[in-house]
Design a protein around this ligand. Structure first.
Ligand code: FAD
Length: 623
């Protein structure tokens, strides 16, 4: 059957990428269809019930700054919030929330179901309709054809998914869900480069069988952080602690004893797993000198006894899982509710994508999330938002938009993927960003919300809140720059308390705040200084921007110098054979990759600064 209504954008998959993609396209006014296996699993967390962390929290704030859903859902589902690296510089501080799996999923589903312009249809997509070089729609498992001008594929770990527990394996998209076989076969017929990756998850434990009295509790931070720029701590459900236990030498002996039945170590699994989230058997083999590993026992929710033991992801046989779990302190009587497993799946080489996440080979077809070789909900959500928004722009026949590396972690993520590709599941870290002092969690809205508004992603409520905040920051900065504090304005006690000594002369407040030992809170506690600020986020911004002004300006100078290269476009049909002086190796790399800008070309491994100069000369001659 041909479905009578046509859509602008169809999103396949209701995971973290798919929901953000569908919401973004619909927010831009596009008639959008979210086509997913099962409505009950919209927004499901396949693995750990947590959002954020180093680098990942930055992505969540950026998704939020562009009007996305993830931060709101984390605020509504979070049961333990922490700021990681809180004692370090603002660039690497990161928010992390332990989430109640059910509440998180419900929050996402509520947003999806209440989004104007967005329809949901529960069914597997088995085929893509392709007309010439462009996508024209999707065919479902029961043969319903949906027409659309753009399609966003966000199928996660489902394409050709194979689940492993010990030497047993079976097809599956994740535990309890079917794999996507027909679509995987169809995609393999198209000229994309495809390969296999794997990831794994730990067994889940019944909290009633854990002796928490032996374990160290880890409460969340006070005051409780929030994720969304519009979030309030009052939105959070009740907060509960996590606990910490450790593996030990007995655990490691048990694991070594099971390696001959491990699918990873017997070659049954071909795909490469996440380096930064290795299985426990991988950790025991690779770090043989370590006699213990820390394991966080994380509650899966407020209304369940299930505990997620973060750090013992495994695909060892069940009897080994049982023994290794029970060898740890506090876990002697532990009951496993769900066994751990690994999953192998198809992913597509992201070098076949444009920076908008549209495929280079089929117009109007976009890929986002784990299908592009990434791991993690946050990486998926960020790509989903970008792909959904660009699908919207494509339908509107507007130019694609994507942030550059100096504008957002999302820019770093996409540029890394499309320029370098990936051989293993890609995870975001702050160390991947060369301009990380500019790409802080705290300023994600200042970096992106105005752009989001121009793209049609930001509603009036968020825009009004953002404008109030931005004006408050500017007003207070202006006051600090123009107000002078004289020594006579202070008592000796005040001068000692705030500055450590009497002021020698008149100072602008701004210059006083730049002193390392003077905080904004202390400075404005002086009666003669006071503050115009009521919002702590404004105070934080004023303080960070003032204290790091020197470093920020230096990074900005570097960026301005490189910008010229980023803004020099290389057309898709650029003829590299006509550029004289290029080595054959560099020429082949450029032809294979077809970078979209000179900046991207310069980041392709093996493309030398000399080659970039040759390209520049050639471009100048052409213009
Ligand atoms: P998913 O969340 O997988 O969503 C895919 C969606 O597409 C699902 O709703 C599915 O039903 C739907 N779908 C698929 N095919 C079709 C089709 N043909 N038609 C219609 N709908 C379809 N991440 C980490 O960061 N650390 C980890 O340790 C980790 N471990 C993991 C362990 C396991 C076992 C699994 C399964 C995942 C793990 N992940 C881990 C990855 C994390 O779950 C993903 O990165 C994230 O969920 C990816 O989001 P996504 O939107 O791309 O895909």
């Amino acid at each position: 059957m041909r479905y009578p209504q046509t859509f602008d954008v169809i999103v396949i998959g209701g995971g973290h990428a798919g929901t953000e993609a569908a919401l973004a396209a619909a927010r831009m006014g596009q008639r959008t269809l979210l086509l997913t296996h099962n409505i009950e699993t919209i927004g499901q967390m396949s693995c750990n019930p947590a959002i954020g962390g180093i680098g990942k929290g930055h992505l969540v704030k950026e998704v939020d700054a562009l009007g996305g859903a993830m931060a709101h859902a984390a605020d509504r589902g979070g049961i333990q919030f922490r700021i990681l690296n809180s004692s370090k510089g603002p660039a690497v501080r990161a928010t992390r929330a332990q989430a109640d799996r059910v509440r998180y999923k419900a929050a996402i589903r509520t947003m999806v179901e209440n989004q104007p312009n967005l329809q949901i249809f529960q069914q597997a997509a088995d085929d893509l309709i392709i007309e010439g070089e462009r996508v024209a729609g999707v065919v479902t498992q029961m043969g319903v054809s949906f027409s659309a001008r753009a399609v966003v594929l966000t199928t996660g770990t489902f394409l050709g998914g194979k689940i492993h527990i010990g030497l047993e394996n079976h097809s599956g998209g994740r535990a309890g869900d079917p794999p996507s076989i027909a679509l995987a076969q169809r995609l393999r017929e198209l000229p994309f480069r495809v390969d296999r990756l794997k990831t794994g998850t730990p067994p889940r434990i019944d909290a009633r069988t854990i002796d928490f009295s032996k374990l160290q509790a880890q409460p969340g931070d006070t005051p409780t952080p929030v994720f969304s720029f519009l979030g309030k701590a009052e939105e959070h459900p009740p907060q509960i602690p996590c606990y910490i236990t450790y593996t030990n030498t007995l655990t490691h002996d048990i694991i070594r004893g099971g390696l001959d039945r491990s699918p990873m170590y017997t070659g049954v699994i071909e795909g490469i797993g996440p380096r930064y989230c290795p299985s426990i058997e991988d950790k025991v083999v690779r770090f043989a000198d370590k006699d213990r590993h820390q394991i966080f026992l994380e509650p899966e929710g407020l209304d369940t006894h299930e505990i997620y033991p973060n750090g013992i992801s495994t695909s060892l046989p069940f009897d080994v899982q049982y023994a290794l779990v029970r060898s740890m302190e506090g876990m002697e009587k532990a009951h496993i509710v769900r066994p751990g497993y690994a999953i192998e799946y198809d992913f597509f080489d992201p070098r076949d994508l444009k920076p908008s996440l549209e495929t280079k080979l089929i117009q109007g077809l976009f890929f986002a999330g784990q299908i592009n070789g990434t791991t993690g909900y946050e990486e998926a959500a960020a790509q989903g938002l970008l792909a959904g928004m660009n699908a919207g722009l494509y339908v509107q026949e507007r130019e694609a938009w994507y942030p550059l590396r100096d504008q957002a972690y999302l820019g770093v993520l996409v540029d890394d993927l499309i320029t370098l590709g990936t051989k293993e599941p890609y995870r975001m870290f702050t160390s991947r960003a060369e301009h990380r002092l500019l790409l802080r969690e705290d300023n994600a809205d200042l970096r992106l919300t105005e752009q989001g508004r121009a793209l049609g992603l930001i509603d009036d409520e968020r825009w009004a809140a953002f404008c109030i905040k931005r004006e408050a920051i500017e007003r207070e900065q202006q006051r600090l720059r123009t107000t002078v504090l004289q020594p006579s304005h202070l008592s000796a006690e005040e001068a000692q308390r705030v500055f450590g000594d009497a002021l020698a002369r008149d100072y602008k407040l701004y210059d006083l705040l730049r002193r390392p030992n003077v905080s904004y809170a202390n400075l404005t506690s002086l009666e003669s200084v006071g503050t115009t600020v009521t919002d702590p986020a404004v105070a934080e911004q004023v303080e960070i921007q003032c204290k790091y002004a020197g470093y920020i300006e230096r990074q900005q100078d570097e960026i301005d110098k490189q910008r010229r290269h980023e803004e020099t476009r290389l057309p898709v049909d650029f003829d590299y054979n006509k550029v004289s002086g290029l080595s054959n190796e560099v020429r082949q790399k450029l032809i294979a990759q077809r970078p979209t800008s000179l900046g991207q070309a310069s980041r392709i491994p093996g493309v030398t600064p000399a080659a970039i100069s040759l390209l520049l000369v050639h471009l100048k001659k052409q213009s």
